[in-house]
Design a protein around this ligand. Structure first.
Ligand code: BGC
Length: 446
């Protein structure tokens, strides 16, 4: 008998993203994305790694759906590449591009796997970046129109949708830290871009509902467990500011039509570039909340910090993943419980997983005990949150197979399936075999 069990009908899935797995970067009329441009710029990604081929999923999607069947998945979260469907970001639809997603959806449905597409997982058409990207208000209009068209075309078969993947993540990494495409470092541009992406999220939500096809709409947010460095009131307040900015900046807006009070001394709406009438556009409540959660951040009050007056404290003895993420399983419980208490909407864990440097043994098998341990401990905390009353409907493991890990290229393996990038051979890892049993049992002994 499993000692960690999940409610009947709990949905078990895996998640991926277009740029990280598809390859075929310039095939069948696809336009250039900001990630194509970024990786083709020397020095941006170590080792010159690119997603030009990645897992070659564009050509191997049937085999990959067969792999999902072998794993017993109920559902599959993937993303739609905007420039594959609209090479210039707007205007004429590239029929061969949208057809790829139509065929993928058909293959999934045939296999009894529910598709959960994300409309945007970071691969903006370069043509829109050339006009300013997420720092240009027109991009919100273009996204609204793109989202409507995609849902209108696939909505006869797909009923549940995600608008964004980690909106704060792609703005901070792309416009503030410059580590992700488009590689900009400009804090005022980044703040304005968060507002434009927020407008885009709500406008797209409203638009896709107008297709009449959507039964449930969510967005997938990057959320971290945020904990104060000490029990002092100052550190607790700093951690709370950070929680509101990192975890709620795109959720409080769409749910309640306002920005969460994240900045010490109040939010500066001018700095966000808010124009008259904008705030009225923000509220368009979701049907469910997607939480992507990997680790924790420890935060101390810092009067020198010009924004949140909060500073991250690196704990020296913390247990860490291959990508230096602080492993803290309680974080997933704590965040679920808070989001459930504050918003009362069904929750899906839309990403959770870890990278470790896995290797293939002489007999061809891949054992990954550290990933297995991570997954067990995090899933046990998800179950605990459900026992505490949170309505968590499903769990999408990141990720189905090793893939192109953004600024880390192929150096980080997050998959429960190993991919040999020379031969494209897929091998289900020990954690994948374990996950298949978890799905069958709807739980596990732990
Ligand atoms: C992203 C994925 C990424 C994963 C691991 C998430 O932030 O949505 O695309 O691969 O984290 O870093």
């Amino acid at each position: 008998m499993p000692t960690v069990s999940f409610p009947e009908g709990f949905e078990w899935g895996c998640a991926t993203a277009s740029y990280q797995i598809e390859g075929a970067w310039d095939e069948d009329g696809k336009g250039e994305s900001i990630w194509d441009r970024f990786v083709h710029t020397p020095g941006r990604v170590p080792n010159g790694d690119t997603g030009d081929v990645a897992c070659d999923h564009y050509h191997r999607y049937k085999d990959d759906v067969a792999l999902m069947t072998e794993l017993g998945l109920h559902a599959y979260r993937f993303s739609i590449s905007w420039p594959r469907c609209y090479p210039d970001g707007t205007g004429k639809l590239n029929r061969r591009g949208i057809d790829f997603y139509g065929k993928l959806v058909d293959e999934l449905l045939e296999a009894g796997i529910t598709p959960l597409p994300t409309l945007y997982h970071w691969d903006l058409p370069q043509a829109l970046q050339d006009k300013g990207g997420w720092a240009d208000r027109d991009t919100a209009k273009r996204f609204e129109e793109y989202a409507f068209n995609i849902v209108d075309r696939l909505g006869d078969r797909v009923k549940r949708w995600l608008i964004f993947n980690e909106p704060l993540g792609f703005i901070i990494a792309g416009y503030l830290a410059g580590q992700h495409a488009p590689g900009i470092r400009d804090s005022s541009m980044a703040m304005r871009a968060t507002h434009i992406a927020n407008l885009a999220q709500s406008m797209a939500a409203r638009a896709v509902r107008q297709t009449g096809h959507v039964e449930a709409l969510g967005s997938a947010y990057s959320m971290g467990g945020i904990y104060p460095a000490t029990a002092s009131a100052e550190d607790k307040a700093a951690a709370e500011r950070r929680f509101r900015f990192e975890n709620l900046w795109f959720l409080e807006t769409i749910q309640n039509g306002r920005y969460p009070e994240a900045f010490a001394g109040g939010n500066d709406l001018n700095r966000l570039g808010v124009e008259p009438g904008d705030m009225d556009l923000l509220k368009e409540p979701l049907d469910f909340i997607g939480i992507n959660l990997y680790g924790r951040t420890t935060v101390a009050n810092d009067p020198q910090d010009p924004n949140l007056r909060a500073r991250e404290v690196r704990l020296p003895d913390a247990e860490r993943t291959g990508m230096d993420t602080h492993i803290w399983p309680e974080a997933i419980h704590d965040v679920i419980v808070r989001i459930w208490n504050d918003y009362g909407l069904p929750i899906y864990i839309t990403e959770n997983g870890t990278s470790f440097p896995d290797t293939v043994a002489d007999d061809g098998t891949v054992d990954d005990p550290k990933r297995l341990d991570y997954l067990q401990r995090y899933l046990a905390q998800v179950a605990k949150a459900i026992d505490a009353g949170a309505d968590v409907r499903g769990y999408y493991l990141w990720t189905l197979m090793d893939n192109f890990e953004w600024a880390h290229g192929f150096s980080q393996r997050f998959g429960i399936t190993h991919v040999d990038f020379e031969t494209q051979k897929r091998t289900i890892k020990q954690s994948g075999r374990w996950y298949r049993d978890v799905i069958t049992e709807n739980g596990f002994a732990y």
